[in-house]
Design a protein around this ligand. Structure first.
Ligand SMILES: *Cc1c(COP(=O)(O)O)cnc(C)c1O
Length: 397
């Protein structure tokens, strides 16, 4: 039996994973953040302001939708979708951005920075900053800015400054490096809203906690609808925030199988995918010890995914921990499988999923046909596909 409240420990570790691998100059800020976070969650006024914003600004609770036609088409398990795609700004990211903006305000910070891959975290952060009238700077890889032009425009309309990062692969990893550089320089006035369950302690804990609402709602909703727990939950895993938020309320329910789906890219060949548990190794990247894709000299390898939000060399430390425990299993879906799932969900259900979420749907399409008709599978639909329409149109139409 896993004690779900035992991680992270006081030093920020999930078993051998996690920790605080950061420059000395950031230690004080991270300790201040943890202190303020612990005070905030114990403060009923904080909780009620957060609950009010999640409800009235973000649109929680999100529906649990019975995917009737996909279920019929696949001919096996009953498939439900948790509709995080219906949240304000179009993905689960807003849960964390709103939570962290309230922490920033408590700490008296006047300037917000963030990194973004697909642009969804940048949009969520720019939205939260606009809502509270705070200055906002978003770091984004130049390659991602090109494939996610719509989100770049959204951030600009929301009043954020978007800084193009051209170093290295010019994607998410380099954007995080730049955001950390900014934070070291401006730490007194600035809060860094990290966008996934990644990085140095206390971020993996804080981001997870702000997303736990996804699984808590799901549990209540499925018990209401079906009178029992589901057999399986499926979520895509980039850094791992939507997955850990979705899974967390079910970790203690041993009969519920939990599966995280990584980006298999063009297949499991070095440099052509972002599936850290397929050929990855233990290492330290951007503040945390976890599984990552590196070569024999420890150099971070190139990654690839059709979906910018899953295109990152490391996985959140809590995922590495539950994988060791055997509590969460991990699989992958390739670009082609995700693109096929993107089309299928659009045609069969009238829902265009984010390419990230399409990886979870691809896994459901693989497993559902051979499962008994009375079994229940719930996929987390982490976001909507509007941001991806132009990219996919260029590939498929
Ligand atoms: C950012 C993003 C992801 C990947 O991030 P996680 O932290 O792994 O959840 C998945 N889906 C959508 C829609 C996203 O925007």
């Amino acid at each position: 039996m896993i004690s779900i409240e035992s991680v992270p420990d006081a030093s920020g570790h999930f078993g051998p994973y996690g920790g605080m691998f950061v420059p000395e100059t950031l230690m004080t800020a991270l300790q201040e953040l943890e202190r303020e976070y612990r005070a905030a969650v114990a403060d009923p006024a904080f909780q009620s302001e957060l609950d009010g914003l999640l409800k009235n600004f973000c649109g929680r609770p999100t529906p649990l939708y019975f995917s009737e036609r996909l279920t019929g088409k696949l001919g096996g398990a009953k498939i439900y979708l948790k509709r995080e795609d219906l949240l304000h700004t179009g993905a689960h990211k807003i849960n964390n951005a709103i939570g962290q903006i309230l922490l920033a305000r408590r700490m008296g910070k006047t300037r917000i920075i963030a990194e973004t891959g697909a642009g969804q975290h940048g949009v969520a952060t720019a939205t939260a900053a606009a809502r509270f009238g705070l200055e906002c700077v978003i770091y984004m890889g130049a390659v991602d800015m090109e494939r996610q032009a719509l989100n770049v425009a959204r951030m600009k309309f929301l009043g954020a400054k978007v800084v193009a990062v051209t170093a290295g692969q010019a994607t998410l990893k380099e954007a995080i490096n730049e955001a950390m550089r900014d934070w070291v320089t401006n730490v007194r006035t600035t809060h860094y809203i990290l966008g996934s369950a990644l990085g140095s302690h206390p971020y993996p804990m804080i981001v997870r906690d702000f997303h736990k609402v996804i699984g808590e709602e799901t549990k209540r909703q499925i018990l209401e609808r079906e009178g029992r727990l589901p057999d399986q939950l499926v979520a895509c895993v980039g850094g791992g925030s939507n997955a850990i938020g979705f899974f967390h309320a079910f970790l203690g329910d041993a009969a519920v199988r939990l599966t995280g789906v990584e980006a298999g890219g063009e297949g499991i060949t070095r440099g052509r995918h972002a599936a850290r548990f397929q050929g990855g190794k233990l290492g330290v990247l951007q503040g945390t010890k976890t599984w990552l894709l590196a070569d024999d000299d420890g150099q971070i390898e190139l990654t690839h995914s059709v979906s910018a939000g899953l295109d990152y060399a490391a996985i959140g430390p809590e995922h590495s921990y539950y994988r060791d425990q055997g509590r969460i299993t991990y699989d992958f879906a390739t670009d082609d499988e995700a693109l096929a799932a993107f089309r299928t969900l659009a045609e069969v259900e009238g829902i265009i999923p984010a390419l990230e979420s399409a990886h979870a749907i691809a896994h459901v399409i693989k497993i559902a046909p051979s499962l008994p008709k009375e079994s229940i599978v719930i996929a987390n639909l982490s976001g909507r596909g509007d941001k991806d329409v132009q990219q996919v149109a260029e590939m498929l139409l």
